[in-house]
Design a protein. Sequence first.
Length: 183
Amino acid sequence: MLVVVGRIGRSHGIRGEVSVELRTDEPDERFAVGASLQADGRGPRRLTIKSVRPHSGRLLIAFEEVVDRTGAEALRGATLSAEIEADRRPDDPEEFYDRQLIGLQVRSTEGNAVGEVTGVVHLPLQDVLSVRRADGRDVLVPFVTELVPEVDLATGTLRVADRPDLLDPDDDREADHPVLGNG
């Protein structure tokens, strides 16, 4: 099973190094020298890590298959994934793989059925859950403890804080909003 672990940014230098924005809490394991990663279709499909070093809050990585700046630039924007066992879970009980969250039933903190998690969007500052409500509409919920206080994999549910406009956005107000609507 593939798990997203990073996104390739700019090339660095002339020897084919790239900066990588981390999408994993296990960077030492996922980005070890000799580890094999899969790129999302840009450049070589399989990449083997040749060297790794920290640089300005990111990692600079050289891959055996990339020998120069041109090859590194061709990888820019590619998502990197690592192969893991299907039953593997993160070491920290407060962390989850996307595949563990997708399909969970969403309930409000009051216990009302809301819908189902249909995806996880990885943004630079935080992850966001895509939730398909019972009425077929999709809402986005920031995946932070204040808004998602409970994830229970054993029961297949997660709870979302019942905050105004979070789970049931008011379309009438948006229509008159100067930024969101026609106003």
